[in-house]
Design a protein around this ligand. Structure first.
Ligand SMILES: *[C@@H]1O[C@H](CO)[C@@H](O)[C@H](O)[C@H]1NC(C)=O
Ligand SMILES: *[C@@H]1O[C@H](CO)[C@@H](O)[C@H](O)[C@H]1NC(C)=O
Ligand SMILES: *[C@@H]1O[C@H](CO)[C@@H](O)[C@H](O)[C@H]1NC(C)=O
Ligand SMILES: *[C@@H]1O[C@H](CO)[C@@H](O)[C@H](O)[C@H]1NC(C)=O
Ligand SMILES: *[C@@H]1O[C@H](CO)[C@@H](O)[C@H](O)[C@H]1NC(C)=O
Ligand SMILES: [Zn+2]
Length: 526
């Protein structure tokens, strides 16, 4: 009897010694913990011993980071703006594993914000015929390719090579250009107070990049380079929200939509052929949510036509642009109902951005309702979902996944601290969640690894290890727009890559310093 009390008095909860916990209380406590653990996303996954070894390593590192921050010894990267935390994340053992891990598909990214700015600057702006002009009033640059630049009052075109040599320091010029393209600043909290402040700069990015992105040779190489970078980041497929812009040649030719889709398709096929572990690319044609009703109707009709002409490649339709001030789905309701009102009805899958807002029950927030009524296949962001329990339930029942983009939501100022991101709540249940990166190039994030880091460190709990990562990767295939045949093949291929990833880690770490280092640091906690 005495002995039993003694053992209970040494009960350890979260590394802390708690005085005497009565046995019945402890049992009731464990029951609650277990009930919650069983509900969590990924909790059903069974791990083998090789996976458990990596699980242990990840958990030790995560716990060390969290516990040190909890007691104030250090800071917690996901609670700090990504512009400031990136350097620090990049050095962490957890991030290095996120990079190596096969992550499946990136299901929410945009056409002209997926290739690193380093490549854009070092490659695109060093090509022949690349011109720059600086607005005489504001100093703001624009970029474009020309054979012979037209006169442009108030913003005189000159060869960027000339501007560079006039500037006198190529490196400093390119750094300025990087700063003008990217939304990264040293003090984001002061520079961008509201969502609208940062979107103003974000929109400037698109204005600047599109001048060169729309140039045919760049357009093709940009997309190819995106696939290279995503694949290097261990992403096996990409679904791109694409606006299919008017792509130009130096001689003034402007290509039609078919050319643009064919360029995408040719590059995707070629890339997949060269990289057998890559599953492929899909295009989600996207209209702009500031355009007139008539324009969006034409976009919808184009989407229907393109889906027919490029089956299993063009897979649906969305509306893009800042949701807050933009037009609502309801505003375009006649356009969006057009396919289902044809005789017979035409099936156009939707992939709507919805609820990318902090404003509860506003017209923006209500986009979630229209997205569901329009049978959306997935919801982009769904940041406002927790304020709509009914919609959450419908999505859960119908398997409509939410595409969570943690870093985008942080840098575009919906949430400062990723621990407070609403997806943390979604992941406590078996909600269909996928992780994506939205516009990683604009804030110099890796194609998907940084967002996976955030999901792992801050959306999942301190004691959630490799199960959640495996579940998120598999979800990205399950909820992709691939056909069921394609999904089967993709899942098999992903599984092979996963096994290799686990085995490689175990081989490399079988008696290396990594494991012992984390064993050591975890002791700091007590
Ligand atoms: C840019 O990249 C393309 C495609 O990889 C390559 O062919 C070309 O030589 C590069 N150009 C420059 C200026 O780096
Ligand atoms: C960057 O933008 C600033 C201010 O808009 C401008 O003064 C500068 O010339 C630009 N530099 C480059 C290389 O784009
Ligand atoms: C220069 O910037 C001003 C202010 O944004 C704008 O009104 C003007 O049209 C720009 N000029 C050119 C030539 O783009
Ligand atoms: C795509 O490939 C086809 C077949 O090789 C070719 O005829 C066509 O010109 C290519 N289109 C583009 C835009 O690259
Ligand atoms: C959505 O799906 C339901 C059930 O299949 C169908 O009755 C309805 O017409 C669809 N709505 C639209 C807008 O496609
Ligand atoms: Zn988006």
């Amino acid at each position: 009897m005495l002995k039993e009390i003694f053992i209970l008095c040494l009960t350890i909860i979260h590394e802390e010694f708690v005085s005497c916990v009565p046995a019945s209380y402890q049992t009731a406590r464990d029951a609650i913990l277990n009930a919650e653990r069983q509900q969590r996303l990924g909790s059903q996954i069974q791990l083998n011993s090789a996976e458990l070894a990596l699980d242990k390593f990840l958990l030790q590192n995560k716990q060390t980071t969290i516990e040190n921050a909890r007691v104030g010894v250090s800071d917690f990267p996901p609670s700090i703006n990504f512009f400031q935390s990136k350097k620090w994340i990049d050095d962490s053992p957890v991030f290095k594993i996120m990079e190596k891990m096969p992550k499946g598909c990136a299901l929410h990214v945009h056409d002209s914000s997926i290739t690193s700015l380093d490549w854009v600057i070092s490659n695109v702006t060093y090509r022949d015929n690349c011109y720059i002009c600086f607005n005489e009033t504001t100093g703001t640059p624009s970029l474009h390719f020309f054979n012979k630049p037209p006169a442009n009052k108030g913003c005189e075109w000159k060869l960027i090579s000339t501007a560079r040599s006039l500037f006198g320091n190529d490196k400093a010029f390119d750094l300025q250009l990087f700063r003008n393209l990217s939304i990264i600043v040293d003090n984001p909290d002061d520079t961008y107070v509201t969502v609208n402040d940062v979107w103003k700069k974000f929109n400037k990015y698109f204005g600047l990049i599109n001048g060169v992105f729309d140039y045919a040779p760049v357009f093709k190489d940009y997309f190819h380079q995106a696939l290279v970078e995503f694949y290097q980041d261990n992403v096996q497929c990409v679904e791109v929200r694409a606006t299919l812009p008017q792509v130009y040649e130096l001689d003034g030719t402007v290509h039609d939509q078919d050319w643009v889709v064919q360029a995408y398709q040719n590059i995707s096929k070629e890339f997949a052929a060269q990289n057998p572990n890559f599953f492929g690319t899909k295009i989600i044609y996207s209209g702009i949510r500031f355009n007139p009703v008539a324009t969006i109707l034409n976009n919808v009709k184009d989407a229907i036509r393109l889906m027919k002409e490029y089956p299993d490649f063009v897979v649906g339709f969305d509306l893009v642009g800042q949701e807050g001030p933009g037009k609502t789905l309801l505003y375009y309701i006649d356009d969006l109902l057009y396919p289902s009102q044809q005789q017979p009805p035409v099936y156009l899958p939707y992939f709507f951005h919805g609820g990318e807002t902090d404003w509860k029950d506003t017209r923006v927030d209500e986009n979630l309702i229209d997205a569901i009524l329009l049978n959306t296949s997935r919801v982009g962001h769904g940041f406002a979902l927790n304020k709509h329990p009914y919609i959450k339930q419908v999505m859960s029942e119908r398997g409509i996944a939410v595409e969570v983009n943690p870093i985008s939501n942080q840098v575009l100022k919906l949430v400062a601290d990723i621990r407070n991101h609403p997806a943390a709540l979604l992941m406590t249940g078996k909600f269909p969640v996928v992780i994506s990166s939205d516009d990683p190039a604009v804030w110099n994030a890796k194609p998907l690894s940084h967002d996976f880091y955030m999901a792992f460190m801050a959306l999942a709990g301190e004691d959630e290890g490799i199960r959640i990562l495996k579940q998120l990767a598999m979800n990205s295939i399950t909820y992709s727009a691939m056909t069921s045949q394609e999904k089967k093949r993709a899942l098999a291929s992903w599984n092979e890559q996963w096994v290799k990833f686990i085995n490689d880690w175990n081989t490399y770490n079988s008696n290396s310093h990594h494991v012992s280092r984390s064993d050591h640091t975890v002791k700091i906690i007590g």
